[in-house]
Design a protein around this ligand. Structure first.
Ligand code: PGA
Length: 244
């Protein structure tokens, strides 16, 4: 299974900055042994998709609404993302779970909407530092998977421990191995044999310097990269560390 290296730009990227990231990314992306995806803010999706047209780098959104259109001020639908050139969408990121009080049920509804709209979803799960300190991480992630993934789910899951996001702290390889095995086992229980084929990304302070060891952990199917995806050189450095 090819690893997926996905960049989550979060709320970063004015027009000039977006072009400065994707122009060298496009040039450096050919011949890599992994799949590549960038998820810019909504305002840059069409421009980024146009700059990357015909390249191996796919484009995704960072959220979508459960409905495909209607009276939902400020929201964006899966159909709109598709129309702008996206083929992927990140859902249930911990920043949305926190800032927008997104529940597992809402994330499941968004996941269904994304699939119906022709997007491949990346559904994020992960425990807080307090939950890890009280050894609740498996229980928390298990509940998130049970609640957020619709029956027959065939997208991507991203494990992002909240305490590792943007902090420079990464989970140890042993912790990543244990959690990714737990997620794999849960996916197979939940989805049957199809759960074996789902890529499970690790996210949280992935950098070129730590990517090689994280991407070598069993059941790690790639990386969801925040800060380091804002520099083409760093993002490509992570992609070059992908395992075949
Ligand atoms: P980070 O973010 O790489 O900046 O820690 C990861 C993410 O939130 O997807």
């Amino acid at each position: 299974m090819r690893q997926l290296i996905a960049g989550n730009w979060k709320m970063n990227g004015l027009s000039a900055e977006a072009a400065a990231i994707v122009t060298p990314l496009r040039a450096g992306a050919t011949g890599l042994a992994c799949d590549l995806l960038v998820c810019p803010p909504f305002t840059q999706i069409a421009a980024v998709a146009s700059l990357l047209a015909g390249s191996v780098v796919a484009v995704g959104g960072q959220d979508c609404h459960v409905n495909d259109k209607g009276a939902h001020t400020g929201d964006i639908s899966a159909a709109m993302l598709r129309d702008a050139g996206a083929t992927w969408v990140i859902l249930g990121h911990s920043e949305r779970r926190q800032d927008h009080h997104e529940t597992d049920a809402l994330i499941q509804a968004k996941t269904k909407a994304a699939i119906a709209g022709g997007l491949t979803p990346i559904v994020c799960v992960g425990e807080t530092e307090a939950q890890r300190n009280t050894a609740e991480h498996n229980q928390v992630v298990g509940a998130q998977l049970a609640g957020s993934l619709p029956p027959g789910f065939a997208g991507v899951v991203a494990y992002e421990p909240v305490w590792a996001i943007g902090t420079g702290k990464t989970a140890t390889e042993d912790d990543v191995a244990a959690m990714h095995l737990f997620i794999r086992t849960t996916l197979v229980q939940q989805l049957g044999p199809n759960g074996e084929a789902i890529r499970i990304l690790y996210g949280g302070s992935v950098r070129p310097a730590n990517a090689g060891s994280l991407l070598a952990v069993p059941h790690v199917g790639g990386a969801l990269v925040g800060g380091a995806s804002l520099k083409a050189e760093d993002f490509l450095g992570i992609a070059k560390a992908a395992k075949v």
